[in-house]
Design a protein around this ligand. Sequence first.
Ligand code: GLN
Length: 193
Amino acid sequence: VLTIGVLALQGDVREHARALETAGAKAAAVRRPAELEAVDGLVIPGGESTTMWKLADTFEMLEPLRMRIKDGMPAYGSCAGMIMLADRIEGGIEGQETVGGIDMTVRRNAFGRQVDSFEADLDFAGRGAMRAVFIRAPWVQSIGSGVEVLARAEPGDRIVAVRQGPLLATSFHPELTGDVGVHSYFVEMVREL
Ligand code: GLN
């Protein structure tokens, strides 16, 4: 059985752990470098990317995260986690850093001005309709040529799910719906790599 970590510095860790277990993996909380070493893949949950960044810095996790991702560890970031996996962000606070890995620019709180939180049915990776929950969500402003778009959403037909090699990110929160389609997709990615 694959062990998939959930970065447990901040955010909705338990919901992701539950969804991963439903999708057939063993979930483990990751707070320190040694725990990061022990997992086959990592989920970075939703929450607040500025807080997550500061805690990752305090817990000396930023460099270990960057190193494992550079080494090819599969990772999936949801919402704030998507921001953490972006090479570039817009609307960050002063000095805000990310872990990076996906060649994209992500705009924080992008849907916020129009609709703070909303739900939508979207097609994820050509797998049919999926209910998606957006909470002060970012969208993907632009992507490099190596990034695959897996889902778009209204308003604006914005990019809300992407994949680049072993890295996956969604603007929305699949851990809140009971539909583990995105987690199953990620578990398959980890299994294949
Ligand atoms: N707005 C949050 C941020 O910028 C993300 C919101 C979320 O993860 N639900 O980090």
